[in-house]
Design a protein around this ligand. Structure first.
Ligand code: BG6
Length: 537
């Protein structure tokens, strides 16, 4: 099928959000859209239609969103709020859809969304199909994982998705598009992810499916590609000849809190973070140079490197993984009321869900053979920190061995490149330097690039730009079916084994995880990069 090129500007559409009364909508989606509205970056003819079961009017829905929508003058909010609408109903039931179609059409007229060509075709083919007369629609599924499949099924059954046939229409621009954004988790293991992808594929073309991973919208994650491929100096040393190992860390200082019972206890850190965000970051660090900066070229390289990750044999899981869960902090002021994970409401302690997971990963290709990649993620850790740490090998010989600190037995420090994804966005490089003064001695120093300072800009919440990309038809920062299934394949041996249950270790809230995590690296004579307060800008 001929790929359609992304547009330079977001196109008018109705953003239909299923699960509109949920947390993600009020905490992330609406605030990011409001911020874009204030920056003048939303298309004029864009509106939001929230759908969920709670009975509410448009105005009540708008009011429920105001508090968390973020700073902004009340007049500006009022102007933005006019774009927001609400429809109560159950998205898993067929009865909702005729009403939904009608509402979408009304909003299309109210916000003047149809292009001239679309109006003309609508006029000529009036009533022939449900999608005729509809504006472009971007569906967003922000619902519990169990509801995703039934909702996709109902969208398909309603007949409003024409997208698959658009590419062969004589005038594709005259036909409205329908796209869908699907939140993680995409399934709970490989089989359920394949099942969900098949359901999506029965209704939407792969081109119209946007599997969102907000990590791909983070500035420093995008910058990984720029750093690697817009500079000559990194690629020659980006391989097993020079790199000793790579660490990908996503540590959070907050606990699981209210999500424990309804989501987290059935997921755990491996599903919640490693399978999705961390393996995506790893793929961007490890992939070969793509031929162009576009969705297809990048996807091809990501899939290749994901496929090159060695899949653990069942008997190897214990050797390559570590699982932990945090104990009580005792601080009643913190977000979990100071409770340990197993004491949270809705947690079944016998399930032994891990709030910390670490994994050693090998990539069996020419570039990375012999270089371990270590991933770890945990809740209630010493601090919030998302980073990629690339440790290089030492020089083959130390010609300064007679000088300090080497004369007293110290060794050269490995060069390290540290990409701080969040919160202190930046890139640091640690290397050896001469200590100033008449005496010849060396010390290890760090050169820092503070991203916000250098560009005099604050990184924006990842969701907003990703939504705009979907409205432009740009899938570069979204996940393809093959990536999702490939990353499930990597963690599948862990999910199938009962080892996490047997091996789970407690770790104190506010620490860097269980002792086993240190032992995982110690077995390879390596240590985690746990920055001290002085290391943080
Ligand atoms: C989400 C996970 O995808 O990412 C959460 O479900 C986690 O458990 C969050 O807290 C972390 O995102 P960020 O952007 O704060 O690192």
């Amino acid at each position: 099928m001929t790929p359609q090129m992304p547009k330079s500007e977001a196109e008018p559409c109705v953003l239909v959000i299923f699960g509109a009364s949920g947390d993600l909508v009020s905490r992330k989606l609406i605030p990011s859209l409001f911020a874009l509205h204030q920056q003048g970056r939303l298309p004029d003819r864009l509106c939001v239609l929230g759908v969920s079961r709670t009975e509410m009017s448009d105005q009540e829905f708008r009011d429920s969103l105001r508090e968390k929508a973020g700073p902004g003058h009340e007049e500006v909010w009022a102007q933005f709020a006019r774009r927001i609408h609400y429809l109560p109903g159950s998205a898993t039931e067929a009865e909702l859809y005729p009403v939904l179609i009608q509402r979408i059409c009304e909003l299309g007229r109210e916000h003047d969304m149809l292009t001239e060509q679309q109006s003309r075709i609508a006029e000529q083919t009036k009533g022939s199909s449900p999608w005729v007369g509809m504006p472009n629609v971007l569906f967003y599924l922000s619902v519990a994982p169990t509801l995703v499949k039934p909702i996709i099924h109902q969208i398909g059954a309603s007949g409003m998705v024409y997208e698959g046939k658009r590419w062969c229409a004589i005038d594709a621009e005259a036909v409205p598009w329908q796209r869908i954004i699907v939140e993680k988790p995409i399934g709970t293991d490989l089989a359920s992810a394949q099942d969900l992808n098949r359901e999506l594929g029965r209704v939407f073309e792969e081109e119209a499916i946007y599997r969102i991973d907000h990590y791909l919208g983070k500035e420093l994650v995008q910058n990984l590609l720029v750093m690697r491929f817009a500079n000559i100096m990194f690629e020659p040393i980006w391989n097993n000849q020079y790199v000793d190992h790579v660490q990908v860390t996503a540590a959070e200082s907050v606990g699981v809190g209210r999500r424990a019972g309804n989501f987290y206890d059935k997921a755990g850190a491996t599903r919640d973070m490693l399978q999705s965000h961390l393996l995506q970051v790893l793929a961007l660090v490890a992939m070969e140079p793509p031929s162009d900066y576009n969705a297809d070229a990048i996807r091809r390289e990501k899939v290749k490197v994901i496929d090159a990750v060695r899949i653990m044999e069942p008997g190897e899981v214990a050797e390559h993984t570590v699982f932990g869960r945090y104990t009580a902090s005792g601080n009643s002021e913190d977000d979990d009321g100071g409770l340990g994970y197993t004491e949270l409401e809705g947690v079944d302690p016998d399930r032994c869900t891990e709030t910390f997971a670490a994994m050693r990963v090998h990539i069996d290709n020419w570039r990375w053979s012999g270089v371990p990649f270590y991933m770890r993620s945990g809740k209630k850790m010493a601090r919030k920190l998302t980073e990629v740490h690339i440790q290089f090998k030492r020089p083959p010989a130390n010609l300064f061995k007679h000088f300090e600190p080497f004369a007293s037995g110290k060794e050269l420090v490995n060069n390290r490149l540290i990409i701080n994804i969040a919160p202190d966005e930046g890139i640091g490089f640690r290397f050896e330097a001469k200590v100033p003064g008449p005496k010849f001695a060396m010390g290890s120093v760090k050169a820092d690039m503070d991203y916000c300072y250098v560009f005099n800009a604050q990184p924006v919440e990842a969701y907003g730009p990703l939504l705009l990309d979907a409205m432009r038809g740009d899938k570069t920062l979204f996940k393809h079916r093959d990536e999702v299934e490939g990353t499930w394949r990597i963690v599948e041996p862990v999910l199938r084994s009962d080892l996490p249950k047997k091996l789970i270790e407690d770790y104190p809230a506010g620490s860097w995880g269980p002792p086993g995590a240190d032992a995982l690296l110690a077995a390879d004579n390596r240590i985690w990069h746990n920055p001290e307060a002085s290391d943080i800008r």
